[in-house]
Design a binder for this molecule. Structure first.
Ligand SMILES: NC(=O)c1ccc[n+]([C@@H]2O[C@H](COP(=O)([O-])OP(=O)(O)OC[C@H]3O[C@@H](n4cnc5c(N)ncnc54)[C@H](O)[C@@H]3O)[C@@H](O)[C@H]2O)c1
Length: 250
């Protein structure tokens, strides 16, 4: 039980096969009380109810500051304390540079990167007052190697922005007892690819992965658990790859 008596808010945790919900399940198994924050309110409520009556499903559009504030107020009032924030919500779009229009650029930046800022801004004052907190943010291999498989350049840019933002927050809030880290997954089998991954593509991609398989949502959940728990008490500003060796740094 790595998270006994802890509480966690996890964004983008309502979709059935997603990384966020796998994380919520794992954290609950480790004793945490979970708030699932998602733009899909009905799915968030259902996912939380499926986890058990002590958990909470809350509507939250991470790209909208008032919506983040309302969600944080509700979670803090219900739980009394929030120890862990997982900035996991994100969307992708497989388009090339010359095809990115302004609205798409803004949408991808807003949800993937600005959302990390907004949700952190509404939970950090509470964490700072308690002199403790663990924040983990979702980036991507796409940020590191200039494209994953399904994300366009605007997605790479937004996820690279998350790395810079998280490192800066780690530096700023370390003295307040708040740790901020990132995960950079490779290709994880969830619904974010919108069913566009066919068998031939899968085989081709796996050829470039030393561990010889695509990732599972639970692979990322395990790393989020490490970053949320006291096992990582002296880790901040770090970026942890969860990519099966798809990218190995020099
Ligand atoms: N699947 C992969 O291969 C992969 C790789 C690297 C990074 N990621 C990142 O992992 C995160 C989770 O993705 P997933 O693969 O589980 O996909 P998913 O589509 O299953 O989950 C995304 C969740 O975010 C929610 N969401 C979308 N817009 C939102 C908003 N504005 N506010 C709040 N919630 C919102 C969705 O409703 C959904 O529940 C994303 O940030 C994604 O970019 C995924």
């Amino acid at each position: 039980m790595l998270l006994k008596d802890k509480t966690a808010a996890i964004s983008g945790a309502a979709s059935a096969r997603g990384i966020g919900l796998a994380t919520a399940r794992l954290f609950a198994e480790h004793g945490a009380r979970i708030a699932i924050l998602d733009i899909d309110e009905a799915a968030a409520r259902k996912a939380a109810a499926d986890l058990g009556p002590q958990h909470l499903g809350v509507a939250c559009d991470v790209a909208n500051k008032p919506s983040c504030q309302k969600a944080a107020d509700e979670v803090i009032a219900a739980f009394g304390q929030v120890d862990i924030l997982i900035n996991n919500a994100g969307v992708t779009q497989p388009v090339k540079t010359l095809d990115i229009d302004e609205a798409s650029w803004d949408r991808i930046q807003d949800i993937n990167c600005k959302g990390v800022l907004f949700l952190s801004q509404v939970f950090i004052p509470h964490m700072r007052a308690r002199k403790r907190g663990a924040i983990a943010c979702m980036s991507s291999v796409s940020a590191q190697r200039g494209g994953g498989i399904f994300g366009g350049p605007h997605y790479s840019s937004a996820k690279a922005g998350v790395l810079g933002l998280a490192k800066a927050m780690a530096r700023e809030f370390g003295p307040d007892g708040i740790r901020v880290n990132c995960v950079t997954p490779g290709l994880i089998q969830t619904d974010i690819t919108g069913g566009k991954l066919n068998d031939e593509m899968r085989k081709d991609i796996v050829k470039g992965i030393p561990l010889d398989r695509l990732g599972e949502a639970s692979d990322v959940a395990g790393v989020y658990l490490f970053l949320a728990s006291d096992l990582s008490a002296y880790v901040t500003g770090a970026v942890i790859d969860v990519n099966g060796g798809m990218l190995i740094h020099g």
